[in-house]
Design a protein around this ligand. Sequence first.
Ligand code: ADP
Ligand code: MG
Length: 343
Amino acid sequence: MRDEIEIIDTIRKRFNTYPPEVVRQIGDDAAVVRHDNRYLLYTTDLMVEDVHFNLTFETPYQIGFRLVSSNVSDIFAMGGEPEFMLLNIALREDLPPLFLDELMDGIEECLKRYGSSLIGGDISESINNIFLSATLIGYSMNPILRNGARAGDRIYLTGTTGDSGAGLELLKIIRKPLDIKLNQINLTPEDNKTLRSFSADMDSILYLLKRHLLPEPRPLHNILKDINSMMDISDGLSLDLWKLCRESGVGATIYEERIPLSDALKAVSTATGFDALNLALTGGEDYELIFTTSKQIDTSIIPEIKITEIGIITEEGFYIEKMNGRMEPLTPQGYVHLRKQNG
Ligand code: ADP
Ligand code: MG
């Protein structure tokens, strides 16, 4: 079987003619269609039980929240605003009635968080696994594509990466759903005991768990006009930067010493033995933004969003400059569906 990237390339080659209002199709975080004086953005995400989520260590609320926020992230990655959502669900007959209520609680909370509305969808029964899919429609006056990076552009990253990957690693050890909601955490004494067994501070552990379970993408409003290309980090920093470079026909070099790591990731990695840098380069689902620009950005321009210059776009090649100054090839590693060994 071909892997996800090869399948998308195959589909893309076959469906290659579009009406003129289609500005961008397969190959970006969202499709872009001109409509009057603005652009409509369309993105969709599919979540499959035991592939994207696992009921042994997540609550239906958290799964619903993430279904919406992963789509919101793709709209923000285009410099857009999310507006309307369609929801498709395929459920097993044996699920308790509470499953649906809690799933809807998470979906509703996230839609509210981003000012979007559910306007339709479809339902089916499923024989084995649960399937969830959301399609989010947004708009932008000036969409930012993945394919606008030019040699010489500076590469910037919002926030920190690796946190969600570390949160997932913790969950795989905890193997129990924790009642963590957007504005409320209810841990049993037993949960507290389990989390304390990691011998890292509780705030750091909860921060990483929340980064994985309830990602909160953030838009980059103030500096959009200066940006040449942008995408969100959903599959891993190295893999997603490689995708951006591929779409733009350029290369990149990033500097290891500049990769931002959260204090929580550093603390928990020291306590547990996780490889923080590897998680930051290859861990998925951080839903941060990577963007390139020929300008030097004032990185303190948006007080609530940390922005770090992590590298430079080059004519070709994909490298990481290590702490010791040596240049090494950067392997685009992260999550690729249907690829046996991810990498
Ligand atoms: P993202 O991670 O932002 O969702 P990817 O890097 O996975 O995007 O690239 C997927 C691109 O391929 C997107 O433009 C998406 O719309 C398109 N794509 C993925 N699956 C299909 C499909 N089955 N049919 C058509 N286009 C697809
Ligand atoms: Mg994306």
